[in-house]
Design a protein around this ligand. Structure first.
Ligand code: IPM
Ligand code: MG
Length: 371
């Protein structure tokens, strides 16, 4: 198959981790006889530096024309500490989500058995965790009216939702639950917020059409506690934009590193795939970042192109490489394995079409001198 992928590496470690994912995609293309063409486009602080705009029109156009978008990370500390900055890198990502109608952000949290001891949580609490967060991505407080009073001494951010916005992601989440463990947890703050009451009411009605799905309702403060206390009790977590932003960072801790978690943003146009971590500016250019979240995002990208066996091949090689202890320092402080080495070994193993355990062992050992 021939596919066109828009590549928006962005800021900080974005370019380094995206480079590894592209190596892996090229290995997939080689092994499975596909052609991927990459359309490189600017977003975030690098785009502001070059064009003054965190999301130039050409970037939106490149995404619209592509079969999928691979995204790295955005954010730069020089904007974080300047509350008066008129343009910010994050505006690029938010505008892109809105422009492509990416209303559902899907963030799976799966454990790697060999990394259980790396989690800050106790093993017996986290064993068996396999959940996915469905975060609404183009509504709520992120996109409501915001502003300041004339004297600039008061500020507001409005939170709006309508039933249509809730229903379109909720249906996806119910369907996902149907394919999984048949449980859906709505996270809201319905004891306080009117938007949350609309979410709850809408989900209660919709649940009638999915009688085989168990539906649980949790207030967000309680949910923040429960995902740490009993993460393995969750299946699909459905929530609005800001609660989803917070809860999904929290759930990432369960696995041992936020550097492991991929995501897909889907909706009306081209889908976008990105690691859930940020631009980690302290690590930029050092070749120490964990590329696995981006590589697994590339696997989700292939799923969206219906290249299921190719996606599974990436996941299976990633799993094996992690089991072998080939991990970046975020997962093992004594490790000297670099970001690019992880990318090299994973792509080599994919390209080599390993069908049995012995050849895997041989090739893996053989690839170590490359490290
Ligand atoms: C995320 C990020 C973004 C968000 C930022 C960079 C705007 O934290 O994708 O989770 O808040 O949505
Ligand atoms: Mg976030």
């Amino acid at each position: 198959m021939e596919k066109r992928i828009a590549v928006l590496a962005g800021d900080g470690i974005g370019p380094e981790v995206v480079k590894q994912a592209i190596k892996v995609l090229n290995a997939v293309a080689h092994r499975f006889d596909h052609t991927f063409t990459y359309d490189i486009a600017l977003v975030g602080a690098v785009a502001i530096d070059e064009t003054g705009d965190p999301l130039p029109d050409e970037t939106i156009e490149a995404c619209r024309l592509a079969d999928a978008v691979l995204f790295g990370a955005i954010g730069d500390p020089k904007y974080d500490n300047d509350p008066n900055a008129k343009v910010r890198p994050e505006q690029g990502l938010l505008k892109l989500r809105k422009s492509l109608g990416l209303f559902a952000n899907i963030r799976p949290v799966e454990l790697f058995d060999s990394l259980i001891s790396r989690s800050p949580l106790k093993e017996d609490r986290i064993a068996g965790t396999d959940l996915v967060v469905y975060r609404e991505l183009t509504g709520g407080i992120y996109f409501g009216d915001k502003g300041r009073s004339k004297d600039r001494k008061s500020a507001y951010d409005h939170c709006n939702y309508n039933t249509e916005e809730i229903l379109r992601i909720a249906k996806m989440a119910f369907e996902a639950a149907g394919r999984r463990k048949k449980k859906l947890t709505l996270v809201d703050k319905a004891n306080v917020l009117e938007t949350s009451r609309l979410w709850r009411e809408t989900i209660q009605d919709l649940a009638k059409h999915y009688p085989d799905i168990e539906v649980e309702y949790l207030f967000v403060d309680n949910a923040a506690m429960q995902v740490i206390q009993r993460p393995n009790q969750f299946d699909v977590i459905l929530t609005e934009n800001m609660f989803g932003d917070i809860i999904s960072d929290e759930t990432s801790v369960i696995t041992g590193s936020i550097g492991l978690l991929p995501s897909a943003s889907v909706g009306e146009q081209t889908s976008l795939f990105e690691p859930i971590h940020g631009s980690y500016p302290q690590a930029a250019g050092k070749d120490i970042a964990n590329p696995v979240a981006t590589i697994l995002s590339a696997a989700m990208l292939l799923d969206s192109l219906e290249m299921f066996k190719e996606a599974e091949e990436i996941r299976s090689v990633v799993r094996k490489v992690i089991e072998k202890g080939l991990v970046t320092p975020d997962l093992n402080p004594d490790s000297h394995v670099s970001c690019s080495k992880v990318g090299d070994v994973i792509s080599l193993l994919i390209e080599s079409d390993i069908s049995d355990e012995t050849s895997f062992e041989n090739l893996f050992e053989g690839s170590l001198p490359l490290i």
